[in-house]
Design a protein around this ligand. Structure first.
Ligand SMILES: N[C@@H](CCC(=O)N[C@@H](CS)C(=O)NCC(=O)O)C(=O)O
Length: 208
């Protein structure tokens, strides 16, 4: 029987998907696509994701899903017993979608500008400014969410959601000293997630 196939690599957006699949206990094949050797731009992977980005999840029926939040929503919907996403149409689901979209559109994208600033400007002298503006942009959005986070540790209290997994991943790509000093609620969320055995194992694979 066909299984889920996840295309990913260390320290990329596949970290959140690996974590969600592990939390949900979903059997899958992991296909490493090296970013070190630009395998993402190769013919084989380009056929799967013409945007040449990780992660990509291929469902058992062959459907390709890209974009981290769409993949997370699918896993939560396909395995409702995990409670990773609230039911569609509920207020909780709207809240989960809101904050996932907020971090995807604002933070993840700005982190790409921090990582590869030269690809976001035609001005060869402008890359440093692109990166520093992106860092400020990332921090501003973390701070906005910090002000909205309830008692925690997670978005919905004690229950882990796909949003928490997404934010947990992003927390590993931001200045941790700054985060601890400025965003104690998010830091607590991140620490609580890291303490879960399934996520601790994913963390070790990506940053160990
Ligand atoms: N919008 C995409 C962004 C994915 C993305 O930027 N992936 C990076 C790794 S974190 C990537 O594969 N980059 C490959 C490249 O730029 O060559 C998503 O949210 O999944």
């Amino acid at each position: 029987m066909a299984r889920y196939r996840l295309y990913g690599w260390r320290q990329t957006g596949s970290m959140a998907i690996e974590a969600a699949l592990a939390e949900a206990g979903v059997d899958h094949d992991f296909i490493p696509v090296s970013r070190a050797t630009d395998e993402t731009r190769g013919e084989t992977f380009t056929r799967i994701n013409p945007r040449q980005q990780l992660p990509a999840l291929v469902l058992p029926d062959g459907t390709v899903v890209t974009e981290g939040p769409a993949i997370l929503a699918h896993i939560g919907d396909a395995f409702p017993g995990t409670g990773l996403v609230p039911p569609g149409g509920s207020s909780a689901r709207a809240t989960l979608d809101r904050w996932t979209a907020f971090f995807h559109a604002n933070v993840y994208e700005a982190m790409l500008r921090e990582l590869r600033p030269a690809t976001y400007t035609d001005d060869p002298a402008g890359a440093t400014a692109v990166a520093s503006a992106a860092t400020a942009y990332v921090k501003r959005h973390f701070e906005i969410f910090e002000g909205q986070l309830g008692p925690g540790p997670y978005l919905f209290g004690e229950r882990l959601s796909s949003f928490d997994i997404y934010l947990w991943m992003l927390c590993h790509w931001v200045d941790r000293d700054w985060l601890a000093a400025t965003c104690p609620g998010i830091t607590r969320l991140c620490d609580a997630a890291s303490a879960r055995p399934a996520l601790a194992e994913v963390l070790r694979r990506h940053f160990g």
